[in-house]
Design a protein around this ligand. Structure first.
Ligand code: ADP
Ligand code: MG
Length: 256
C-alpha cells in the first residue's frame, strides 16, 4: 500500500466514509481512463457515497420492519389469481395510499398470497423511506397485553402510531377476547386517519363476529379499518397447492 492510499484510507475512516475505502481506487482509475477532470471525479465519488447511504437506510428500514420473508410485487404471479384486480393492487403499490393514510385489506383462504402482497407492499414502502412494521395479529395482541400489564401501553401505542405503515397479518386465526379487543380498538383508533394499515385475514367481515368475543368492539374496529380502504377478496386456488401439483405432475412425467 502506498503512503498516499494509506493516508487516504485513514482520512476516509476519520470522516466516517469507510464505505468508500474499497471503491475509491477503482473509481479514480476509471476517472483517469475516461480523462475526467477533478470536479467530475469528486462528483462520482460523492454520488457513490450517497447511494451507499441510501442503500444502508433502506436495509435498516427493511430490517426494522421485521418481515417474515422477503417478497416482491414483481414475483407475484397475477395470472394465478385472475379474480384479483391487478390494476388496483398495482395502484396500491404506487404507495399514494400511505400519503392519504388509507388502508389496504386482503381477505381470502390460506395460500392465495395475502401475506406475499402485504410484504411486497411493505418492502416497496421501505424503499420509499417510509417507517414500516409487520406483525402477526396474534403477536400484536400478545405484545399489547404485555405492555398493558407492564404499565407501558401508552409507549407501545405511541410507537405504533408513529409508523407510516403497520401491517397486521392473519387476523382471524385466533379468537380475540374482550381485553384483547379493547387493546386492538385503542391501537386502530390511534392510527385512524393518521397512518396506514394493511390487514390480512382468512375471514370475511361477516364472519368476524366469530373471531371477536365482543361484537360491538369488533364492529367499531371494522368500521375504522374499512373506512378509507381498498379491499381485495382473493378467492382463487392456493399457490402452495400449485407447487405441490407441479411437483406431482413432474414426478409422474418422470415415471413415464
Ligand atoms: P396467504 O398469506 O394467503 O396464506 P402466502 O402469501 O403466504 O399466502 O403465500 C403462500 C406462498 O405462495 C408464499 O411463498 C407466496 O410467495 C406464494 N404465492 C402465493 N400466491 C402467489 C402468486 N400468485 N404468485 C407467486 N407466489 C405466490
Ligand atoms: Mg398469510
Amino acid at each position: 500500500m502506498s503512503e498516499l492510499t494509506a493516508r487516504l484510507d485513514k482520512q476516509l475512516q476519520e470522516l466516517k466514509l469507510k464505505g468508500l475505502i474499497p471503491v475509491y481506487k477503482s473509481i479514480a482509475e476509471q476517472a483517469g481512463k475516461k480523462k475526467l477532470n477533478y470536479l467530475e471525479f469528486l462528483s462520482i465519488l460523492l454520488e457513490e457515497e450517497i447511494e451507499r447511504k441510501k442503500d444502508g437506510s433502506i436495509k435498516a428500514k427493511v430490517a426494522k420492519a421485521r418481515f417474515p420473508f422477503f417478497k416482491t410485487m414483481e414475483a407475484f404471479d397475477f395470472s394465478y389469481q385472475p379474480g384479483l384486480n391487478e390494476k388496483e393492487v398495482l395502484r396500491l403499490a404506487s404507495l399514494e395510499f400511505i400519503d392519504r393514510k388509507d388502508n389496504g385489506i386482503f381477505l381470502g383462504p390460506p395460500g392465495v398470497g395475502k401475506t406475499h402482497l402485504a410484504v411486497a407492499l411493505g418492502v416497496k414502502a421501505c424503499n420509499a423511506k417510509y417507517r414500516v412494521n409487520f406483525i402477526s395479529a396474534s403477536d400484536l395482541l400478545k405484545e399489547l397485553q404485555l405492555a398493558w400489564k407492564g404499565g407501558i401501553l401508552t409507549d407501545r401505542l405511541l410507537y405504533y402510531s408513529r409508523l407510516n405503515l403497520l401491517i397486521i397479518d392473519e387476523l382471524g386465526y385466533i379468537k380475540i377476547n374482550q381485553e384483547q379487543s379493547n387493546l386492538l380498538f385503542q391501537l386502530i383508533s390511534m392510527r385512524y386517519e393518521k397512518g396506514s394499515i394493511i390487514l390480512t385475514s382468512n375471514y370475511g367481515f361477516d364472519d368476524w363476529s366469530k373471531v371477536f368475543d365482543d361484537s360491538i368492539v369488533a364492529s367499531a374496529i371494522i368500521d375504522r379499518v374499512i373506512h378509507h380502504s381498498v379491499i381485495f377478496y382473493i378467492n382463487g386456488a392456493s399457490y402452495r397447492l400449485k407447487n405441490k401439483l407441479d411437483n406431482f405432475s413432474s414426478e409422474r412425467g418422470g415415471q413415464k
